[in-house]
Design a protein around this ligand. Structure first.
Ligand code: DGJ
Length: 782
């Protein structure tokens, strides 16, 4: 709800729990007054605005008429440089005459219905408040857009700059929004990483100066994710005030969090101003991508839930259950023939998987990563009768067919490069920097986008694909667009993203029922710009269950379960050579969209049995695991994730151990989100330990004395499932929260008993919590 007070010229944007207030300031600037807990009753805007009866010392005053107003000391909805505000500006530009001072003054405002801008993905909006600001000296207009989502306390913002003068205007910084706070009592929470360790959560106390995160890599990248939380010092997982800022963009971005000398906090975010120069001819307009500002008074879990819900209802495709895919990458890498893939596919079907995706290596002459990107037709040795023929065989088995492509790239050794060397993004002096032996196609060119659309459409139709894994395995370098004017070279990085969005939009229009999964050397481009077209993304190339906990924990802060594609892979892990039990690998991967990518031909009978049970369990709980409400918490070495359904009648809860604690205390685990007075039945998913894990200790657990690692022992280990402890507890929702569920006593090193909870390093459990009516119990543990 937007309320405008004519007298005080104040805008009060109200959502369920939040108020966002700004006004037309004394000199006409759009002055930010407040963002936080909802203000009820009459708003006293004057109290929110700082005021100075006399000029504060050593500040630049706005004008003779406003001799006590310093733009450096007030909150602003949009900030420029040149009139005394020395903090990070939102936009910066230059006229042909060399003028760089711009001063935007309120002109008017309007309510727009279904505001939509061209070229970039965005949320669906009902009503938008558009405030028009004008710089009269240069006839430049700036439109600030605000839409609200009541239930998730989200304010959606972006801005537009329109050049009204008769000469050119060059933007060298044009962020999407500015957000000022009157204090600096925040922790800054960001999500950093690199290949194999994406989006690890990092938190630090905001201190004086500017803290910047960005990407210059061409994609949003795994260096920093375009999502930030500002958290009050006392806020935790479920309590306290937290603000989230999410940018819907897949290219170079920046976010600045500044604590000024007067302890004012400024946060702004948008397209990276580094290497950005956008010339606007007379009458041209530049539109920035969307940012979501989300408020929660229920800690980081509350914030995540709001962002997840908003994204799911306003940006992502309607919630449709996702299949369990098998992917051959870690099973074969490039080394496969059609016969191998068919064997894997048959196994996948037997084990309960629902689709088969052929990863890298099926096309051109690609036997390693040095050739063929761009040649999107079947590799004659691998698929002698063509990929469409192979796809038919897969479908005949009752599996969906998926195909890996990396359309934005080109290999030097490819037919495409021979035909179109000028389509490569590179400046024509010297050799081009390589990433995985490949180059980037210049998607700022319409002809490249058209070519890719036509080639991929043909391929997807011919192979009748159900699923596409869209990869992108290197960062930009040698930035130059051949044929573009020198003055337009600074547009390249953003134009590339616009070209990519256009391509994806056209493909999605043509292939409405195909499920696209985004990927970029693992999770190198995990953002809502991509999610708007591809509802799920490959979270990381690191499929080690323990490392994956850190990655999923950070990713799940901003992205809902349905966006994370997680696969069970081999042990020892190919990324960290760590051994983890097959059940832990599943228990981690099932928080999101489950898949498998280990060599199914070489599974032990033990693993085969477990995988069959896992896929069956996942199918039964799929809706909850993909679309439920997520909570998370971390204590000591343990990780806890749980998911509750909308009706609060069912929850699944995962307990993950890092290293085992010797002689551990009795554990109570507190779970939030259930109905306090309803009764619930708590059971543990039936899991099994591999006897081999226990070595000689096995003689204490088995009724017969057995020599570890002997022939009989190995036989038994393959066939006997050593079941983990059961749980069978009835508790009310309030007792599940306080003091929590008392789990079976943990193993203490002093002997084995079947009622002990034996959890060696990297062990985990999955518990089912289901509402029961009096006397009735449920069991969904298998
Ligand atoms: C990187 C991806 O993250 C992997 O899953 C795999 O598809 C390879 N690329 C193939 O080249």
């Amino acid at each position: 709800m937007v309320h405008y007070d004519e007298i005080t010229k104040t805008f009060h944007l109200k959502t369920k729990d939040a108020s966002y207030v700004f006004c037309v300031g004394k000199a006409g600037h759009l002055q930010h007054l407040y963002f936080g807990a909802r203000i009820e009753g009459t708003l006293n805007a004057d109290q929110l605005a700082p005021s100075w009866p006399m000029a504060p010392g050593n500040q630049t005053m706005y004008s003779e008429d406003h001799s006590t107003l310093s733009l450096n000391l007030i909150g602003l909805e949009m900030a420029t440089y040149g009139k005394g505000d020395y903090r990070e500006p939102t936009i910066h530009m230059e006229s042909d005459e060399g003028y760089r001072t711009f001063d935007f003054i309120y002109q008017s405002h309007d309510i727009l219905h279904k505001y939509h801008f061209e070229g970039m993905p965005q949320s669906h909006k009902q009503e938008t408040l558009q405030v028009t600001l004008f710089d009269a000296h240069h006839e430049v207009t700036c439109k600030l857009n605000y839409s609200l989502d009541h239930t998730t306390n989200t304010i959606i913002r972006n801005l537009e700059v329109i050049n009204g003068q008769a000469t050119n205007l060059t933007l060298d910084k044009c962020l999407s929004m500015n957000l000022d706070f009157p204090d600096a009592d925040f922790d800054v929470v960001t999500y950093h990483g690199a290949w194999l360790r994406e989006r690890h959560e990092h938190s630090h106390r905001l201190g004086p100066g500017v803290y910047k995160i960005d990407s210059k890599k061409g994609s949003s990248s795994n260096d920093h994710n375009p999502f930030i939380a500002l958290k009050r010092h006392d806020a935790g997982e479920t309590l306290g005030e937290v603000y989230g800022v999410t940018l819907v963009y897949s290219g170079n971005f920046e976010a600045n969090i500044e604590c000024s000398p007067h302890r004012l906090t400024r946060l702004n975010m948008g397209i990276n101003s580094f290497d950005f120069k956008w010339r606007l001819a007379p009458k041209e307009r530049f539109v920035t991508p969307e940012v979501w500002l989300t408020y929660s008074n229920q800690g980081l879990n509350g914030l995540s839930q709001h962002v997840h819900r908003f994204a799911s209802t306003h940006l992502l495709e309607p919630q449709k259950e996702r299949p369990i895919m098998f992917n051959n990458w870690e099973a074969t890498y490039f080394d496969f023939k059609e016969a191998t893939l068919l064997k894997l596919a048959r196994q996948a079907k037997r084990l309960g998987m629902e689709g088969f995706c052929v990863d890298d290596g099926w096309f051109g002459r690609r036997d390693d990563d040095r050739s063929s990107l761009g040649d999107w037709w079947s590799h004659p040795k691998k698929h002698p009768k063509g990929i469409a023929h192979f796809a038919k065989k897969i479908k005949k088995m009752g599996l969906l067919f998926g195909l890996w492509v990396e359309p934005e790239m080109i290999s030097e050794d490819s037919d495409l490069y021979k035909a179109h060397p000028d389509w490569v993004m590179h400046y024509p002096k010297g050799s081009i920097a390589l990433g995985r032996h490949q180059w980037v196609l210049d998607l700022s060119k319409d002809e490249v986008v058209d070519y890719l659309y036509n080639t991929l459409s043909h391929l997807f139709k011919e192979a009748d694909v159900d699923y596409v894994k869209w990869d992108m395995n290197r960062h930009f370098s040698d930035l130059f667009s051949r044929g573009a004017k020198p003055i337009d070279q600074g547009k390249l990085a953003h134009r590339y993203v616009l070209g990519l969005y256009q391509l994806l939009h056209r493909l999605k229009e043509t292939f409405k029922d195909v499920l696209f999964e985004s990927c970029s050397s693992g999770g190198n481009r995990f953002d809502y710009g991509m999610h708007a077209f591809m509802p799920q993304a490959w979270t990381s190339d690191n499929t080690d269950a323990f490392e994956r906990l850190k990655i999923q924990q950070g990713t799940l802060r901003a992205y809902p379960l349905s966006t994370l594609s997680n696969h069970v892979s081999a042990s020892p892990s190919h990324q960290v050579i760590r051994q983890t039990p097959i059940d832990t690998r599943f228990n981690v991967a099932c928080f999101g969209v489950l898949g498998y990518e280990l060599d199914l031909r070489r599974l032990s009978p033990f693993d085969r049995k477990q995988i069959k049970r896992q896929t069956a369990f996942y199918k039964r709980h799929r809706t909850l695991l993909q679309f439920g409400t997520l909570y998370q918490s971390k204590r000591d070495h343990d990780w806890l994730f749980w998911i509750v359904n909308d009706a609060q009648t069912e929850a699944l809860w995962g307990l993950f151990k890092g290293l085992n604690t010797p002689n551990p205390p009795i554990e109570y685990v507190s779970i939030d989100g259930l109905k306090p007075s309803a009764n619930y039945h708590v059971t543990a998913r039936e899991q099994a330990e591999n006897l081999r894990r226990f070595g000689d200790l096995v003689k204490h657990a088995l009724p017969i004395p057995l020599k570890a690692h002997g022939t009989l022992f190995n036989q038994l280990a393959n066939h006997v499932l050593f079941k983990t402890e059961t749980e069978d507890i009835i508790l009310s929702g309030s007792q599940i929260k306080h003091p929590g569920i008392r789990l079976k006593t943990p193993f203490m090193g002093s002997g084995y008993h079947e009622a002990l909870r034996v959890m060696p390093d990297f062990a985990s459990r999955l518990y089912n919590i289901r509402e029961v009516n009096d006397g009735q119990s449920s069991n969904d543990s298998t």
